[in-house]
Design a protein around this ligand. Structure first.
Ligand code: PLP
Length: 397
């Protein structure tokens, strides 16, 4: 008796590992999580409760309640520049549900998928469950952590089926600019690839022009993935959605029948209230992120610790190479010695080595204290490494 080969081969997430480790350490400043520190705004909570009280406790259409999908048509038009209809939208269990359904609908065992490295670890897990072959494209500092067409060309073979892009990205916060997005779509056309565009952080951006891949799609090859989790601080409600070309939207919708039947109906009514209610809640969370981002960048700058200033999302991608240790060792000794939790960059793929991810989705005082401790630790360790290096060099004369 054994579990399936595909599931046995599934990598585990470094983020989850760390959460387990932190569960009983209350004195730790936790800059590891990937979710808003704000509660869900009250009017959204109330709408969810009202839906339950009104008897919205039954199954609904597997693609989601029509009221929500119809409202999403306007959101997608106004925020993302995507023209679509309710029948091309599927409401899923978070963006993760959209991503899994898309992998399930488009990838056969042995197909190659192009995934970002560093990238959100769940992509690799889903590819493993689908027995897909992962081809990682590297995102590095010298290209602003953006994909390059040259590298995608090198990795693509006749077996390549799907290109996954993530903008704004986790863990780096990079945003794919319009010109590059046009080139990526042209590349996908040339190689007949599906493009899965994870835009979970679409509304969390800082002075950068974000563009939705599907708004530039000329031949119906983009599946776009969005979420209520981050924009509205609704991670536990589990509502996300995908927009797919008409040729595959029905298959994606009917997949829900086998996977989940439908998303929690009260959560969908809450999500509808999020869209129709005041958007000031989004703006004020965004302003808080922007303020904390600026402060954190300032502190890292004062200590001379290199960091990529994120264009979107709420993570800092901190370069810890000067400390001269692996990102895993750095994260665990930071936790042990300075009581600050961050995620080792290697948890996001081999190209994440030399970095750690620290969230700025935590209260301001914790950001200031946590980032100061992180920066001080990094420069202390680097100074110690230099001192030892100098001693060794001195000793050899
Ligand atoms: N995509 C990215 C890049 C993420 O960072 C996350 C969550 O951290 C998700 C998707 C999943 O979000 P959801 O809560 O909507 O499933």
């Amino acid at each position: 008796m054994r579990i399936s080969r595909a599931v046995a081969a599934m990598p585990t997430s470094a983020i989850r590992d760390l959460m387990t480790l932190l569960a009983d350490q209350p004195d730790v400043i936790n800059l590891a999580p990937g979710e808003p520190d704000f509660p869900t705004p009250q009017h959204i909570v109330k709408a969810g409760m009202a839906a339950l009280e009104a008897g919205q406790t039954k199954y609904c259409h597997h693609a989601g309640i029509l009221e929500l999908r119809s409202q999403l048509v306007s959101k997608l038009r106004d925020t993302n520049g995507i023209t679509t209809g309710p029948e091309e939208i599927v409401v899923t269990n978070g963006a993760i549900g959209s991503l899994y359904s898309t992998f399930a609908a488009l990838v056969d065992p042995g197909d190659e998928v192009l995934l970002p490295n560093p990238g959100w670890p769940n992509y690799g897990m889903m590819a493993a469950i689908r027995s897909a072959v992962v081809k990682s494209y590297r995102l590095s500092a010298d290209t602003g952590f953006l994909p390059t067409i040259g590298q995608l060309e090198q990795l693509t073979t006749p077996a390549t089926k799907l290109l996954l892009i993530n903008s704004p990205s986790n863990p780096v916060g990079a945003i794919i600019p319009k010109d590059l997005m046009i080139d990526i779509l042209e590349f996908a056309r040339d190689h007949n690839l599906w493009v899965v565009s994870d835009e979970t952080y679409d509304v969390i951006t800082y002075d950068s022009d974000y563009v939705s891949a599907a708004s530039l799609d000329t031949d119906q090859r983009v599946v776009s993935v969005f979420s209520f989790s981050k924009a509205y601080a609704m991670t536990g409600w589990r509502v996300g959605y995908l927009v797919a070309p008409p040729a595959i939207a029905p298959a994606l919708a009917s997949l829900q029948e086998s996977l989940i039947s439908c998303v929690n109906v009260a959560s969908q009514w809450a999500a509808l209230a999020a869209l129709t209610g005041t958007q000031d809640v989004v703006t004020s969370m965004k302003n808080a992120y922007a303020r904390r981002r600026a402060r954190a960048l300032e502190i890292l700058g004062e200590y001379g610790v290199p960091v990529y200033p994120p264009a979107g999302a709420f993570y800092l991608w901190v370069d810890i190479t000067s400390a001269g240790m692996s990102s895993r060792d750095f994260a665990s000794s930071l936790l042990e010695n300075r009581r600050v939790a961050v995620v080792p960059g290697s948890g996001f793929g081999s190209a994440g080595e030399g970095f750690v991810r620290a969230t700025f989705s935590a209260p301001d005082d914790q950001i200031v204290e946590g980032i100061t401790r992180l920066a001080a630790y990094c420069s202390d360790v680097a100074a110690e490494a230099r001192r030892r290096g100098a001693l060794r060099a001195g000793g050899s004369h």
